[in-house]
Write a protein that binds this ligand. Sequence first.
Ligand code: GRF
Length: 209
Amino acid sequence: MSARQRLRVGVLASGTGTNLQAILDRVHGKEAEVVAVGSDKPGAQALGRALKAGIDTGEFPVSAYASREERDLAMAEWLVSRNVELVVLAGYMQLLSAGFLAAFPLRVINVHPALLPAFPGVRAVEQALEYGVKVFGVTVHFVDEGIDSGPIILQQAIELPEAVEPEEVRAALRPIEHDLLTGAVRLIASGAVRPDPSHPRRVLVGGTA
Ligand code: GRF
């Protein structure tokens, strides 16, 4: 597959960037081309991973703008100027405002460490442990203006009936996150993900409508 045919992906990340690394290792240069990695956190480890892979990076701390909306517009312009077709939130810990989402309709995906609609927002693993669940999981979904509320693309559960520590749950979820997120990027790149015309929230994956 030539670089011209690959899906052009922009990644936003706030933290360590293991999900970004999985994308770089498994789909970058194959089905997709990661052309930009942005962060709201200057110096985030994810940016170092991008630089090491020779990918253009951008820092967008909200403190450098008049508002979150302005920052998001600047970030959207930066991605649009690089002809990004899909934005992947890989541990991006801020909500995206309407102006950003309007630039990428149904073209922003996120990975969340819970089986949505259970435990949206921050501290998802802690929320699940506090509730006392025995089945945990990961969701990859399209992003809308709500908190982890957009249509679901992929989900996977894991039984951890004895889990008590957030870190042990996170360690069990991490490889699932990497599989699901890279899988979703591959599926989108191949055109296998589309909205169900008969249901406003359902996303069809593979097969025929
Ligand atoms: C992941 O747990 C993801 O689900 C959450 O933030 C974390 C990011 O991890 N939204 P990493 O930076 O990709 O290692």
